[in-house]
Design a binder for this molecule. Sequence first.
Ligand code: DX5
Ligand code: ZN
Length: 215
Amino acid sequence: MAALIAPSMLSADFLHLEKDVQMVNAYADLFHLDIMDGRFVPNLSYGFPIVEAIASKAEKPLDVHLMICSPHVYIERFCKAGASLLSFHLNAIHEDPEAVLGLIKNHGVKAGLAINPDIPVEKLFPYLDQCDFVLLMSVFAGFGGQSFIEETYERVAKTKEEILRRGLKTQIEVDGGVSPKNARQLVECGADILVAGSAVFKSSDPQQTIELMRK
Ligand code: DX5
Ligand code: ZN
């Protein structure tokens, strides 16, 4: 089955944001919005004004990826700002992950748990039945434009095997360094949602790049 393509707006042209929003509306499946706080990751991105501006023109669902400490504090605001999918990092919280996932689902929003490449995928397994999706980082969270980490294929396959073994419907999202070069193999390993920032927005033909990744 073809994967959903979620362009990461971190690589969009912020001086012409509406143009890039319309491109995603026309050719992609989801808007991937990266929220960074300079604490959980060593970088800052953007916050509510940008999320709300994108939401006001978006015809595709917003997939908000929180790379922040204490994500539970902001869940309600991101849900109200228009998130349809909302993920946070397992090691960004001190609370029980199930409780935080529950907070998201109470808003009717799909809840996802994310991990960096150095965290064993098995750490997600106790929560797979609580997650609408899991986000496997294929670079270390914090910056766009990094190189894809090859071990991701094995991590996706292992996670997919566990999901299927337990008869769950949890989707797998892969984020970081995704491009037409690795998209096919990721989907063969079991990825359902592919996030791509630079590959889409730095491409001379974003529409074609998205189509290549979907095939
Ligand atoms: C990285 C972000 C990614 C990033 C992807 O911390 O979570 O979503 O924007 O960008 P590329 O596709 O350029 O690696
Ligand atoms: Zn992301």
